[in-house]
Design a protein around this ligand. Structure first.
Ligand SMILES: [Ca+2]
Ligand SMILES: [Ca+2]
Ligand SMILES: [Ca+2]
Ligand SMILES: [Ca+2]
Length: 425
């Protein structure tokens, strides 16, 4: 018995030792390479769901509003049985509901006094964002409130230092629709915040479900380099899908402060005021669609926008596109970069995709063999890293999200158990 007890004790000590080792292994990692990311991890900070209109709904309204406790995700005519809705991953899809008025704007409740519809577009005055314009009815935003952020590494197909500040942009899309839920115009605000890189990088957006001829014109972009061929309507020429080149050189948008590498990534250098570009796409003019048929909000699916950095334009031209993980290159991307250096895009899948245009079924793209990305898209404005500091060091729960999807609010929570402020700009 005594011997057996000692043995148990010994096993207990061994277990304690193992646990201690485990704890050390599980300590907060210091670099991306310490993180184990599964093959199927989705780097998106949003999730997509479908909201059904209740069948027994009281139809006292000419418009519906899809909301949760904090945000209005959609407003438009009640003309479908269900609506796609994209919410931040940390939000609770169970809280989504369809209402007959906008709870964040009490003036939309009920009818206005006489149920007036001054412009006769079918949307009552108190619900019509343009009560005197029959060609416009609603304004929707993506993200639903405030700005989202795009953060890039620009050395693709080689991996970089994971400071994700080589280019940092905030974005907000304003979509104007009419009483039939057709898109009249999309107004994008692109706030250029930082360039923690030496390359002269450009930035463009593809709308993967739309055709270049779906827009009458694009305004507000800043493109001078002749490697870009811009068509008469302001879209990029020689593309199957609608592409808008927002700018061709970040160093033409933000002026370098005169010292150090990059712009707004080092507190010892002069801060440069971020520059806001207002890029507008006009889909309908006086009620007339640009293409053969009007574009619905479903066709647009604004949250499916495919933003990309074009690396080192002055040195390498138009072809080196750096996309979000899982996204597809455009027709003008130089495909010879794939599967070189650290890129582990699945080329066999890609080739079959080329034959079935517009399908977004990549098994893998723009990730390393260890499933690390070159770009991140945030549903909210993101506080980016100081130059050459890995996101892993600044955001203490990042690794948990990347390893098992927990802590989807890892970048939102403003306290020292989530952020190590000394590394964040
Ligand atoms: Ca109206
Ligand atoms: Ca109207
Ligand atoms: Ca970097
Ligand atoms: Ca950098």
């Amino acid at each position: 018995m005594k011997k057996f007890g000692l043995l148990l004790l010994a096993i207990g000590v061994l277990f304690a030792a193992c646990n201690k080792d485990d704890n050390q292994v599980n300590m907060t990692p210091e670099k991306m390479e310490d993180i184990n990311v599964s093959d199927d991890f989705d780097w998106k900070t949003t999730s997509e769901t479908t909201v059904n209109l209740p069948k027994d709904r009281e139809l006292d309204s000419s418009a519906i509003y899809i909301v949760d406790d904090e945000r209005l995700y959609y407003k438009g005519p009640a003309i479908r049985d269900n609506y796609p809705v994209v919410i931040p991953s940390y939000a609770d899809a169970g809280k989504l509901k369809v209402m007959d008025y906008n709870p964040f704007d009490p003036s939309t409740q009920g009818q206005d006094k006489k149920g007036n519809d001054s412009d006769g577009d079918g949307i009552k005055n108190n619900k019509d964002d343009f009560p005197n314009d029959p060609n416009k009815a609603f304004i929707n935003y993506h993200p639903a409130s405030g700005y989202g952020t795009l953060a890039y590494e620009d050395l693709w197909p080689s991996k970089g230092d994971y400071d994700f500040n080589d280019m940092v942009l905030d974005y907000q899309f304003e979509t104007v629709t009419n009483a039939n839920d057709y898109v009249v115009e999309v107004n994008a605000e692109i706030v250029v915040r930082a360039a923690g890189a030496g390359y002269h990088n450009g930035f463009a957006i593809e709308f993967p479900f739309l055709d270049p001829n779906d827009v009458h014109n694009v305004t507000g972009y800043q493109v001078n380099d002749p490697v870009f061929n811009i068509a008469a309507n302001g879209t990029e020429a020689n593309q199957t899908n609608l592409n808008v080149v927002v700018f061709d050189d970040i160093y033409d948008v933000l002026q370098h402060p005169g010292g150090g590498t990059g712009i707004n990534v080092d507190h010892s250098m002069t801060y440069v005021q971020p520059e806001t570009l207002q890029v507008s796409m006009e889909f309908m003019q006086n009620g007339q669609p640009a293409g053969g048929s009007p574009v619905s909000t479903w066709d647009l699916s604004i949250w499916s926008f495919n933003p990309y950095l074009i690396a080192n334009v002055s040195g390498e031209g138009r072809g080196r596109e750096v996309h979000l993980p899982g996204q597809t290159p455009t027709d003008l991307a130089d495909l010879s970069y794939f599967n070189t250096n650290d890129d582990d895009t699945d080329n066999s899948v890609y080739n079959s995709i080329q034959q079935a245009q517009n399908s977004k079924v990549f098994a893998k793209s723009y990730e390393t063999e260890d499933n690390y990305p070159w770009a991140l898209s945030f549903y909210d404005s993101f506080d980016y890293m100081i130059e050459k500091n890995s996101i892993v060091k600044g955001y203490l729960k990042f690794y948990k999200w990347a390893e098992n999807g927990s802590n989807p609010n890892w970048y939102k929570i403003d306290n020292s158990s989530f952020k190590d402020y000394q590394y964040i700009y």
